[in-house]
Design a protein around this ligand. Sequence first.
Ligand code: DX5
Ligand code: ZN
Length: 239
Amino acid sequence: MHKYSKKVMMPPPKIAASILAADFRYLSEEVKKAERGGADMIHFDVMDGHFVPNISFGPMVVKALRSEVELPFLVHLMVERPEDMVEQTVDAGADQIIFHVEASPHSWRILDSIKKRGVKTGIALNPATPLSTIEYLLDFVDMILIMTVNPGFGGQKFILKMYDKIRDLRRLLIEKDLNLDVAVDGGVDFENVEKIVDSGANVIIAGTTIFGQEDVEAATKNLKNIVNEAYRKRVFTQL
Ligand code: DX5
Ligand code: ZN
């Protein structure tokens, strides 16, 4: 084994296109463009107007798009009582369900209820929430999502302090010998994504940078190329 292999352990990079920034008149066309551009997943932001100060859409939209593309669906529940939405979200066709650690005192039970339905799991943390809140869950989850803006809206500015949080999380995972997906959500753009990957994130969720561009397919390709290159370059970077 290479002497740095433990230090650089990190799953392959993936791009998740967040439909929040898409043109909702043509959602099906929009997700197909992202798929053609090489997106690895479609990201859905379900917002209830309580956990976050905005309402977006629910599982019906997930269900409506399920037959339109083959990509895995990553559903981000920004809702209070996420446990009440697991079943519906699974039935709508989610491949992975992410809920917020701040939204329920029963993270463990929610993880179990997602897993027993054969769906992958993820836990999201708001920018101010410390990593210690999920430390004892790391063995039982497939992905940790670091919010790099305050959740609720697309098109916000990446909070620079979050580079440290991404790096601290990847370090913690390496220490524990866990090769988990670390996702970053909010304010990702063509300029900052290299540093985001270099800090230890491998799932890049982007809304405006994909769907807010004139040519969605080209933007997806462009972002993917930058991410792949950053991942390749960071192979010998020590965390
Ligand atoms: C924010 C959502 C994000 C959002 C990101 O609350 O969780 O998924 O779509 O949008 P951009 O990439 O535009 O910041
Ligand atoms: Zn999201």
